[in-house]
Ligand binder design. Sequence first.
Ligand SMILES: [Zn+2]
Length: 149
Amino acid sequence: MEWKYDIPAECAVCGQRVYVDIYGQGDCEHCGWRQDKMCIEYPDQVEYPNMVSFNKAKALHAQGLPLKPSLDDFIAGLKYYKEVEFDYDGELYAVCSHSNGIICFSKDFPPDSFEAQDYYSYEEFGEKAHIGGKLLKDIWNDVTRADYM
Ligand SMILES: [Zn+2]
């Protein structure tokens, strides 16, 4: 059976019409918020499937800004979901938090053009991860997309 997003609802962030499934999930094409009950239940936490918290999404929308995660939001998503990715300068990068505690920062393709980096805490990743010597925290504004894998 085909999955249906055919129940009309109001986006929790922008108030526009969205279409959701029987679980109340569905993406808002107006502001980008992904409707999800858990995100609203924990409004200050970054919760899958969104990359920013519900309260931050509302604040960004009120300022007319896109729902773009900060590096801290991205790392919160990584803690939660373990596998995240982002686009920078036309290339796709991946960050995985492994069960042994190592956080691996790599490039999706071509893999040999980027030496994978291992970090031993989320804090270390946030401080030291880099692309060609440029710290990720310094170039984060130029990241064009950041999401769960
Ligand atoms: Zn919306």
